[in-house]
Write a protein that binds this ligand. Structure first.
Ligand code: PTJ
Length: 263
């Protein structure tokens, strides 16, 4: 713990609590130091989006739920930030969508892999792939440590959910013929642009909504799920997110006063 008391009436209490969670998990060895920097970048985009789940994000969540439920071998790829911010929802999602959970890190070390595995098990995960020697397969043409994957998981997956990802691996997974679902607050990132379905939202908000949507969509027919997927256009959806930012900034600039961009 960082011994910081966040007053509940603080206007940015929620955001500060999330930061504390990341710092705590950085100290525990779950989050990479670069993960703290990545979070700051995400926060900046969250301000621009209005710190809410937008309509295009909801559409992408629905398409993501449909993709997970029509998949034969869905896998949720977990890194340090995702484990710190959404371990319980990751486990809930894996159960609801009958997906496997695999640890996959950019800054790989056996200590971090093990710490993340333990956190996921504490959250209720029965099986966590990709730790240590289990990540014995390689994604072709990828040089980062993210290339090491589990032959029972990401290697043979047809749909991979990659919250907080880097562009290289997203591209490599797409090249391997997999459908990639990304959660990324930055609609301009290479990950966002290269993924098959991009949820432009905070993992903290998107993951519980994805769990809820998967549960609802499970009641529907396979035909309905396929139709949702066919109707979804990722580039059009990303453009809608950019439009939301543009319109919001124009409106705020026109109003010109009382703009409080948090702390
Ligand atoms: O745990 P590791 O070793 O796999 O490392 C993880 C990080 C995040 C350090 C690594 O994947 C990395 O360097 O990522 P990038 O390239 O900085 O990309 C992170 C992306 O996630 C950026 O586009 C951020 O805007 C976005 N992001 C950050 N926090 C959130 C987020 N998107 C959704 N929700 C967030 N809370």
């Amino acid at each position: 713990m960082t011994n910081v008391e966040i007053p509940p009436e603080h206007p940015r209490a929620e955001s500060l609590k999330i930061r504390e969670k990341l710092i705590e998990n950085y100290v525990n060895g779950v989050v990479a130091s670069a993960g703290l920097i990545a979070h700051g970048r995400g926060e900046a985009f969250d301000y621009l989006l209005g710190e809410r789940t937008t309509e295009p994000a909801l559409k992408a969540i629905k398409a993501a739920a449909a993709a997970l439920l029509t998949a034969e071998r869905p896998v949720i790829s977990v890194n340090g930030n995702t484990a710190a911010l959404a371990a319980e929802d990751t486990v809930k999602l894996a159960k609801a969508a009958d997906a496997k959970i695999e640890v996959n890190l950019f800054y790989r070390s056996i200590e971090r892999e093990t710490a993340i595995k333990r956190l996921l098990e504490k959250a209720g995960a029965a099986e966590v792939l990709g730790v240590g020697e289990d990540a014995s397969a390689r994604i072709p043409e990828l040089t980062s440590e993210r290339r090491r994957v589990d032959p029972r998981g990401i290697l043979i997956a047809d749909v991979v959910l990659v919250p907080l990802e880097d562009g290289d691996r997203t591209e490599a997974l797409v090249r391997m013929g997999k459908k990639v679902i990304a959660i990324d607050l930055n609609p301009l990132s290479r990950t966002a642009q290269k993924a098959s379905i991009t949820i432009v939202d905070n993992v903290v908000r998107a993951m519980p909504k994805l769990v809820e949507t998967v549960k609802k969509l499970k009641m529907e027919s396979l035909d309905k799920r396929r139709k949702i997927l066919l109707q979804f256009d990722n580039h059009r959806n990303l453009a809608e997110s950019l439009n939301i930012i543009r319109e919001r900034l124009s409106k705020l600039a026109e109003e010109g006063k009382n703009i409080v961009f948090g702390k």
